[in-house]
Design a protein around this ligand. Structure first.
Ligand code: ADP
Length: 198
């Protein structure tokens, strides 16, 4: 069964947000909308969008806001996102928060919760090195990782303040077993009245 929830998961590279995002979305029966996954699928599929963004991703830079927001709007307009969704990797800066606000408010919707996965920098870097070996992502070079972490701190961390002012941020300790972290997130959502449907 599906429970309605409009969620955003945020955290530095290597915080495990992708993994936890999938778990939480499955639990709630909502789709994950991961901009990184969308870009990578397009690169792999050799689409026009893929060609457009390949070099940007390899450098660890951000894809232009307008383009990214348009892709997200299209994705959120699909039927399976009508009742809820979990955003991973978007919005990633304050401009994108504005784009998302405009889109959601136009539908009479708003985010219910922003899950911030808290992981010490040393831990996230060691997880990323492991991922580089396991998955061979072309943007998991030392240089691109450092660049992405810088962008995270400079551009993405400020969005937490914006959402904190709205009282929708749940800070989750991201160190522990996968199951423990999932349980912490489910408990935080439960406390907001967002219950897993059974
Ligand atoms: P990570 O969190 O490890 O950086 P992601 O899969 O979230 O990995 O993103 C990979 C890349 O995709 C980013 O470095 C960026 O180039 C691009 N990207 C993803 N989301 C966005 C976004 N919201 N705005 C601009 N670029 C994005």
């Amino acid at each position: 069964m599906t429970a309605s929830a409009r969620l955003l998961i945020v955290g530095p590279q290597g915080s495990g947000k992708g993994t936890q995002g999938v778990r939480i979305a499955e639990t709630f029966g909502i789709p994950v909308v991961s901009t990184g996954d969308i870009f990578r699928a397009n690169i792999k599929g050799g689409t026009e969008l893929g060609t457009q963004v390949t070099e940007i991703l390899d450098r660890g830079d951000l894809v232009p806001d307008e383009l990214t927001s348009e892709i997200v709007r299209d994705r959120l307009s699909q039927d399976d996102a009508a009742n809820g969704f979990l955003l991973d990797g978007y919005p990633r800066n304050v401009a994108q928060v504005g784009h998302l606000d405009e889109f959601l408010s136009g539908r009479g919707e708003a985010l219910d919760a922003v899950l911030l996965l808290d992981v010490p920098r040393a831990e996230s870097i060691s997880r990323l090195s492991l991922r580089a070996i396991e998955q061979g992502r072309s943007d998991d070079t030392e240089e691109a990782i450092a660049h992405r972490l810088d962008i995270y701190e400079r551009e993405t961390a400020p969005i937490i303040d914006v959402y904190s002012e709205r009282g929708i941020v749940d800070r989750i300790d991201g160190v522990g077993s996968l199951d423990e972290i999932t349980e912490r997130i489910v408990a935080a959502l439960d406390a907001r009245g967002l219950h897993v449907a059974v």
